[in-house]
Write a protein that binds this ligand. Sequence first.
Ligand code: LLP
Length: 419
Amino acid sequence: MSPLAANDTRFVVSDDLARDLAARFGTPTYVLSERILRERASRFVSAWPGDVSFASKANNTWSVLKIAFSEGCSIDVASEGELRAALGAGVPAQACRLHGNNKSLQELTFAVNQGVGKIIVDCFEEIERLKELSPLPVLLLRVAPGVDPKTHHKISTGQADTKFGFAVRDVEKAVARCRELGMPLAGLHCHVGSQLLDAEAQVAGAETLVELAVRLKKEMGFVTTHLNVGGGLGVRYTNGDEPVAIEDYCRDIVNAIRTGLKGELDPELGMEPGRSLVAEAGVTLYTVGAVKTAANGRVYVAVDGGLSDNPRPALYGSKYDLVWHASSQGTASHTVTVSGKHCETDTLFPDVQAPVGLQAGDLVQILSTGAYNSVMASNYNALPRPATILVREDGRTQVVQVREQYESMFVRESVPEDL
Ligand code: LLP
């Protein structure tokens, strides 16, 4: 790839550090920059006049949660497991917001008993599950605003045809039911989709929420005191991606909300960035294990990870920028396809440029892998999940998640004695 543009905020590990980390910790390894993570979190906290909740589904490494919290973010958790991760990282339950569609009674009970700060209710069944629990925290209704975010269909959530949240026509009924049960319903939430490169779709989602809030006040006397527009801001995966700046994004959404509310309501505003906080703060390091030319002439470069540590190319056709650390000094490059080590066609990066003369033992780093990589990693082909190294602000490098050990990988096994 060509050198980073001036406004390109992605973390890139230097050649020396890449070699040092690979030698000390092995590969594949996720590497995170504390500095970039803190910078992005604090930019959101400054630009957004309300609650910035880091969507921990993007990366729930405890150190990441701790950094986001220490920069002033609350933590959005989408399951009991994510809530346990936040608590483990030392985040108070009060600073956590419980999400998720189809939350179980067990999850809700755990969250309420821990004292979770907010619950975003996804369906009528959850209202009925919650009525048994106390003391209930502030509740928000998740609304499907009917906005098509024009992003990958697998990460679109706000359109009319969705499993998430209440259809707009059902919101009055849900409000009425919560009131009938005397629940502390405080407002509305929506999330339109992910990897949005501008604010358009989120503005549209916010406008729908605002219209609804105004209508609920007029028709039912329900006063919205919390309004949450979800996450979604995209990141630079490749040089061609140009996401708007955090500050511009937040400003456009806030302006749309204030214009729509016309001073009739003054809710606390919430936002839930995940990817845009952590993706660009992370890279993945791999070691090249083989370079071969297929019968049709395509050059394959095999690395020591793949589908199990980054399923995004296979799931969404995601593209990334690569930085090579080759032992050969030449500047000539040619087109190769980077494949993983799994027993299937786990093409990671098709038709990318790589140095001529690349050989086994050389390294490559993949940029912008801080979000939705370690959390989506699996043990396919019984590969241990990678370690995560944090590059501290003063340059120290610390393991914040160890490489999975074979012993812990097999702890769930239980073979019946008479088998
Ligand atoms: N809030 C809610 C309710 C969400 O469902 C999501 C993401 C977020 C916040 C954070 O969105 P972000 O700011 O990260 O775009 N595995 C997919 C992404 C799925 C996102 C699901 N929801 C991927 O790798 O692209």
